[in-house]
Design a protein around this ligand. Sequence first.
Ligand code: PCA
Length: 200
Amino acid sequence: MKKCLLTGFVPFLDFKVNPTEEIARALDGKVIGNYKIVGKILPVEFKETANQAIGYYEEVKPDAVIMLGLAGGRSKITPERIAINCSDGAPDNTGVTFQDATIEEKGPAGYFSTLPIRHIVNVLQEKGYPAQISNTAGAYLCNFVKYKMLHHIQIRQDKVKAGFVHIPASHEIAIQQQALPSWSKHDLEEAIITIIESLD
Ligand code: PCA
């Protein structure tokens, strides 16, 4: 059976919970479609996140990697098209911030997701889940870990599908913070299950 490394993040900034953490925990060990899921939680720390993610990649040797992040404010499930070679913006959970910083000196300007993002969006919409390709994952931790993971896979010349999917806030977050579009935890989890089922 194929293996899928599914990562989520701990809470960050003003968010008291992170639904991506809950989904990665809930799906860990499950068999979904052609894949056995290995769910792992990543810290929101530039110093640690990519090392841990790549460490899990080497430990699990997955056939597919789906990294999840919360994008508070988005209303749809958004598979990310690209990761850019730049970190910039808000502080991580240890207070570290970057401005206009290159992630990999010798790396390309960007890496495209190798997940079938158009197919994923189509399958989600057919099942009734609003979804849209996103053309920017920002320049915070999610972009950083996606860039690092795709760079690692590229250097190793592995034939592994990998990419990043941002998800909207859960109702729990929307109750704590005003004016955020939100989904039920159930629907968020079902949407991620749908994505995994859609993979070969
Ligand atoms: N979302 C953040 C980092 C952690 C998370 O869940 C991001 O979009 O970069």
